[in-house]
Ligand binder design. Sequence first.
Ligand code: NAG
Ligand code: NAG
Ligand code: NAG
Ligand code: NAG
Ligand code: NAG
Ligand code: NAG
Ligand code: NAG
Length: 778
Amino acid sequence: RKSFLSVNFTSQRPPCHQCNQYHFCNCSAENLLQVPIVPADVLLLDVSFNQIELIEEEDLSICTEMKTLKLQNNNLKWIHEEAFNSQRYLEVLDMSFNRLEHISPSWFYKLNSLKHLNLLGNLYTTIGSDPLFQFAGNLRTLKFGNPALKQVRSNVFSGLSCLDEMMFLGSNLSSYKMGSFKMPQPIRTVSLSLYDLFQESPKLVSKILQDVSHPETSLTIRDVLLNTNDSMQPFKEVKHLGITRLTIHNFSTTDEGVTSLLKVMDGSPLSYLGLEDMTLRGIGRWEKARKTHYERLQTIFIQNAKIEEFYSFSSLFPLAFLLLNFQKLSLINSTFFVLPCVTTFLLIKIQYLDFSQNLLSDLTMRETLCYGLGIMVHLNTLNVSYNSLKSLQLMSKLVTRLRKLTFLDISHNDFRRMPQKCDWPESLRFLNLSATKLYRATPCLPVSLTSLDLSENDLTVFHLSLPNLVELNLSGNRFLHFPDGGRFPRVNVLLVQRNTLNVFNKSDLMSFKHLQYLEAGLNNFVCSCEFVTFFKGDVDHLVTLRDGHDNYVCDSPFPLRGQTVDSAQLSVFECHMIPAVSILCSMIVLALVLVGVTCHKLHVLWYLKMTAAWLRAKRKPAVHRARENLRYDAFVSYSQRDAEWVEEILVPKLESAQPPFALCLHERDFRPGRWIVDNIIDSIEKSHRTLFVLSQHFVTSEWCRYELDFSHFRIVDEHNDSAVLILLEPIAKQTIPKRFCKLRKIMNSKTYLEWPQEEERREEFWSNLQAALKREDS
Ligand SMILES: *[C@@H]1O[C@H](CO)[C@@H](O)[C@H](O)[C@H]1NC(C)=O
Ligand SMILES: *[C@@H]1O[C@H](CO)[C@@H](O)[C@H](O)[C@H]1NC(C)=O
Ligand SMILES: *[C@@H]1O[C@H](CO)[C@@H](O)[C@H](O)[C@H]1NC(C)=O
Ligand SMILES: *[C@@H]1O[C@H](CO)[C@@H](O)[C@H](O)[C@H]1NC(C)=O
Ligand SMILES: *[C@@H]1O[C@H](CO)[C@@H](O)[C@H](O)[C@H]1NC(C)=O
Ligand SMILES: *[C@@H]1O[C@H](CO)[C@@H](O)[C@H](O)[C@H]1NC(C)=O
Ligand SMILES: CC(=O)N[C@H]1CO[C@H](CO)[C@@H](O)[C@@H]1O
């Protein structure tokens, strides 16, 4: 019965439809209630943000190659002890933010490859006593703990040897077994989120800090309220155990808190202090901490500081004693810390200054950089990006005496105009002017630069020479033409994506002597033949396209729009227009000539006219040859060679007969100026009979043949016996050419009159002929 149930259960599992060719199945946020069915070769399965409650033994058993499994943000309450047994290659397992009340060591028995495990945010209240990860000895990253966690027992980490990163959340912890988080090797990065524990049980916090602190550890304390003297006591451990890198993240403090922290840590070997997402309830009264010593402190990184009573905040000056050995100071997005010029005098050793995102105006910048007196003689890097500076000229004046200044980032300001002349220090090498609304580049840019970022501006041309430049970023401007490499003889990396370039070619690239990397995608490429051919063929030999071929997309011509240049297919005709047209024209001319010659040879024109006449005749309503229409008794068809006989013997004889016969002869009676065939048709129609004078000559004369054809057609057409044949000389049937099949037929089907050689038989011939030509009604 149990197996029946489980089979039934399995069959209800929905499949995951979102799998791709990289064996990556993402069925995140699909309202799933169970682990979906996925292909056995899946490498990455994401089923996060569903409502899965249980993982059965078989749910994942067929997926034996999986490397990443993401189960976070479900309702997982129960996982079968052997559910992960087939996951020998699993490296990343995320089970965070579920409802697991118990972490079972048996889940991890077979996970020998596991490197990253996240167990944060569940409902387990204790951890430890059973060694959890003794078979997952390769674990590098471990995140665990939750607001419900009460107890950390011993042995949590036993079996782990190379943990690099640990994140622990224990806001409600009431018992911590000393030594639980102690590792033989120091953990490189430790992040602790302990909320109110600093207030409520500083002793417990001290125990934890003792276990994780080590000079090589970078410690982050997050989500904490640090406002009383007592809550600062745990930091003593941090000092004693020699932590050098401390970050406090997402915290709130007071003037008293800051003072006692500085006092507690007095004399510590701290070299890096990070204060991120800080809220200060106070006005900067820190004088009591003035006598403390932080000789090793070199870097302060302050980001996103909020001062609630900023209007009465004095300034950072009281902290200036800290700054004596300072080399790096970052004050990012912490608007209300103004550094007055007097403070700057103390920053004598400073090398790195980051004042980005502070709404600094030209005026406050003047104060901060102490009117350009150049006091910070060692300053090497200055970042004042994301402020509200308006004058580039002023900026250059303020830094001109900083003789060591090499990196200057003034991106994301509001300069708009670039003056003709600026006063940069000679040491300047890297200048970032990205997103500063510039529309023109002028000789303000110093020739000493090796790296220039002018991306995201409104530039259209660049006519300056910068002989030392190695990296040039012109992305996101409005360049129509590829930059001229002759002006940048050393440029190695060039970025011109997202401009309005139509094409670039070999000579454009060759003009740069040292160009190695190019990013020029997402322009409005015109996929002409030259460009497509060049792009598919040459471009990879000249440079490395760092942004990948797929970003090079045709904008025109219309049929290719949206296709990558690589996939653009242009026909031979389009690509070799001139030769193709020439060849086509010559072929047409040749064909015409051939047709002409053929027509001439085969009398095609004649045939055509003939056919047309014929068709016309055929379309005519059956002629009613009323007597009055028949002007002639006979139309005589003969070859020119037999003209003598016809004209001298036949015609006189018949026309002088009683009554005389009216004969139609083409020589004599055809209307001049008309086409001969029309004449023939006309004559035949007006004649009662057609008289064919047959001879060898007649047979070989084409012209006669058509006369014959025509009359035959009439005969057949009208069932009328209108043809009369005279055989002037004997003709052997076989001498009649095959193509004269009509003549052969007529000769077969009709009796003909033979012209006798003997005188005495001629009378008989004439009377027969006259009888044949006689009209019935006369
Ligand atoms: C899966 O898709 C969701 C959006 O549906 C996305 O937020 C998540 O990052 C994706 N997972 C991975 C591992 O890329
Ligand atoms: C912390 O523990 C107290 C009592 O031990 C309990 O009432 C409270 O709900 C716990 N907080 C959380 C977030 O579990
Ligand atoms: C802070 O507390 C420590 C010991 O708890 C005490 O020695 C020191 O005087 C106190 N300092 C202040 C400013 O209250
Ligand atoms: C210039 O600044 C922008 C934004 O401030 C940044 O994204 C870019 O990487 C910087 N350029 C260089 C060359 O560092
Ligand atoms: C401009 O290009 C440089 C490389 O030359 C790069 O480091 C920088 O991030 C780019 N700027 C932006 C805004 O992407
Ligand atoms: C390359 O393009 C430039 C314009 O960008 C043009 O002036 C030049 O004549 C072209 N060279 C060749 C060989 O087509
Ligand atoms: C249609 C036509 O012309 N028919 C003629 C055929 O010939 C006889 C005499 O042989 C005539 O009477 C018809 O009119």
